[in-house]
Design a protein around this ligand. Structure first.
Ligand code: GDP
Ligand code: MG
Length: 370
């Protein structure tokens, strides 16, 4: 919700805080400088005082930030972005690791044990696939809440020796809420007594009818441990992706989402971006959430330097002045001045929201108490 502190409102009205507070008290609002007002209340108060209001909303600052594609823009196919979800211990991490290891050329395997937020592989078919490792469903939800609807396909992993569990259900509802197609990966088929058919039957109760049960949701039986049928899973993903006809314009300033970011002692902010459109290059000026900077270096998930990053490609970048949050949007802007302006605006909005949460007493609450 749009909110403003009394102090901020005073400065925007070019009034002294004490004068505004006196004025508000006359109108019956008992406030201090740090109280927040919601935008509608603020507008009423200000208009009561004979001022006219021009609301500068988030939309005004954000508008035009991502320039629309030119009319002659060429949309080209882009790889799918896949998130693996499922109940704890059903094998999400094992599956992600197995797929990645199978794809890493020996000699490049250096950083393989470290956690990686996103990586891209080339399937045996030659198709590229990007995997996102959103640690837990909460991160997926948080990213979606920030408008980062980056996933094209959700792979729901269900262990064949455990079947459908609460977080399986959650994964199904997340995929549905996001409006993205599911693929069911029945994992751990190597476990003695594992019963893939029970999984498929149990899924019917959640209106998930897989192909082998006559439905239209693809299902594959795999073992992350034994590396059984990983190619079958990749084929299913490639097929689903083909059906989705995913495209993006690579020939524009890049924008996308922050997958993760951290502060590294030697290198400063290290952020993993997922490019959603455009081409990200060295020297680009980016705003990511309320941070900004000039892209100093790009590298892939194995630490190999990259010249540029294309749509659906995850990339680690150096150069941000601070650490953005997962799910924050990043966008390339034309100048440092513009980057600073946007970053400052976003930082202020964030601060105000935090203040509103911690300040406790909103004007409405105060009014209710009177
Ligand atoms: P996550 O919590 O969903 O990420 O699950 P993990 O990948 O951490 O796996 C949980 C446990 O199941 C680990 O001990 C894995 O070694 C084991 N596991 C994962 N996949 C398989 C599989 O295909 N077969 C067997 N037997 N064990 C598996
Ligand atoms: Mg895990």
């Amino acid at each position: 919700p749009d909110i403003i502190t009394v102090a901020d409102l005073a400065s925007r009205m070019a009034m002294r805080q004490t004068d505004l507070i006196k004025e508000l008290m006359k109108q019956g609002h008992m406030v201090t400088a740090n109280n927040t007002l919601d935008a509608d209340t603020a507008q009423l108060i200000v208009e009561d005082m004979g001022h006219s209001v021009k609301r500068v909303s988030e939309a005004d600052v954000e508008e035009g930030l991502i320039a629309p594609d030119r009319a002659d823009a060429a949309l080209k196919p882009r790889p799918p972005v896949v998130t693996i979800m499922g109940h704890v211990d059903h094998g999400k991490t094992s599956l992600l690791d197995a797929i990645r290891k199978a794809n890493v050329v020996s000699g490049e395997a250096g950083g393989i044990t470290q956690h990686i937020g996103a990586y891209q592989i080339e399937a045996p078919s030659g198709d590229k696939i990007t995997f996102l490792d959103t640690p837990g469903h909460a991160a997926f939800t948080a990213m979606r809440a920030r408008g980062a609807n980056v996933t094209d396909i959700v792979v729901v992993v269900v262990a064949a020796d455990d079947s459908v569990m609460p977080q399986t259900e959650e994964a199904i509802s997340h995929a549905r809420a996001a409006g993205v197609p599911m693929i069911v990966a029945v994992n751990k088929i190597d476990v003695p007594g594992a019963d893939p058919n029970k999984v498929k039957t149990d899924l019917l109760r959640y209106e998930v009818q897989v192909e082998s049960m006559g439905g239209d949701i693809q299902d594959v039986e795999v073992s992350a441990l034994k590396k059984t049928n990983l190619d079958g899973l990749l084929d299913a993903i490639a097929l689903q992706a083909e059906f989705l006809e995913l495209t993006a314009n690579a020939d524009r300033e890049a924008y996308g989402s922050v997958v993760e970011a951290k502060l590294d002692k030697g290198r400063g902010t290290v952020a993993t971006f997922l490019v959603q459109a455009g081409t990200l290059k060295r020297g680009d000026i980016v705003v990511a959430g309320s941070e900004w900077g000039k892209v100093r270096a790009l590298s892939d998930e194995n630490g190999k330097p990259m010249k540029e990053a294309l749509p659906s490609q995850p990339v680690e970048i150096l150069g941000l002045g601070g650490v953005p949050e997962p799910g924050d949007q990043f966008v390339v802007v034309e100048s440092e001045a513009r980057a600073r302006e946007v970053a400052e605006y976003r930082a202020r909005v964030k601060r105000e929201k935090q203040n509103a949460q911690s300040a406790g007493t909103s004007l409405e609450q105060m009014m209710a108490q009177l």
